[in-house]
Design a protein around this ligand. Structure first.
Ligand code: MN
Length: 244
């Protein structure tokens, strides 16, 4: 078996999905903003790229970067923790979800970057497709890269540099998640990280987990179960589509 590619980029996102069969957004906008070498998509015409570039989100310098946590009831329930970095969503799959409790460290598997417009995605990924199951936007908001404010001598880093280095410190301003969190890559691992709350006024100590207390979407108010039932009623367009 060939080694898994190291780059966790949008091309990996694209190659795993059949966009005629899944309601997930194709990564057109991100392609338009990437260097031309990477923009050689099958169907991307020059006009399409121009149009996409116009609707691309404002540069991150103009506003705070966003984060989103999607609850994804796939073959294994998990929470997808995504941070806007350079126009895409750097992503980690967290089987046990985020915790506001100090001292709780949950495995977070670094997965491929997702397109920026994935941030609003809720719905059902049909059977036979990658990640089949229902998705809600469990939390969202903005974040601050705490390492960007450090003196150069104390480890100042951009988000990309921090991901490379395997250590992020971020402050979240979500509806459910608030305050400082750390994401730290485990030693000798390529994609296994740990997500944990850092000490601050928002940190809790052994209270009931926020994922148990608050189960609904911050967009629609629905649970993943409700979204799944709606999908069953409607039927899904891609039921017979192949894929792994
Ligand atoms: Mn997922």
């Amino acid at each position: 078996m060939p080694a898994k590619p190291k780059a966790k980029d949008i091309e990996e996102y694209r190659s795993k999905r059949h966009f005629e069969a899944t309601p997930e957004p194709p990564p057109e906008e991100e392609q338009a903003r990437k260097p031309a070498v990477k923009a050689a998509g099958k169907t991307a015409s020059k006009t399409a790229v121009k149009v996409a570039a116009k609707s691309a989100p404002k540069k991150s310098s103009a506003r705070a970067p966003i984060f989103v946590v999607q609850k994804h009831d796939a073959s294994r329930l998990h929470y997808d923790f995504r941070l806007e970095v350079d126009g895409v969503l750097a992503s980690w799959a967290v089987p046990k979800g985020p915790s506001m409790n100090l001292g709780v460290r949950h495995l977070a598997v670094h997965v491929e970057d997702h397109p920026f417009n994935y941030k609003d995605f809720e719905g059902n990924i049909p059977e036979g497709n990658y990640g089949a199951g229902s998705v809600i936007v469990w939390d969202r908001g903005t974040y601050r890269n705490m390492l960007a404010d450090k003196p150069a001598s104390k480890g100042r880093r951009t988000m990309r540099q921090a991901i490379e280095a395997g250590k992020l410190e971020i402050e979240l301003q979500g509806e459910k998640l608030k305050g400082a969190f750390a994401l730290v890559r485990m030693e000798d691992s390529d994609d296994q990280w740990l997500l944990m709350k850092m000490k601050d006024e928002f940190a809790k100590d052994g209270t009931q987990e926020v994922i148990k207390r608050r189960t609904r979407s911050v967009i629609s108010g629905k649970t993943v179960e409700e979204v799944a039932r709606e999908g069953d009623k409607q039927g899904s367009k891609g039921r017979s589509a192949g894929g792994s």
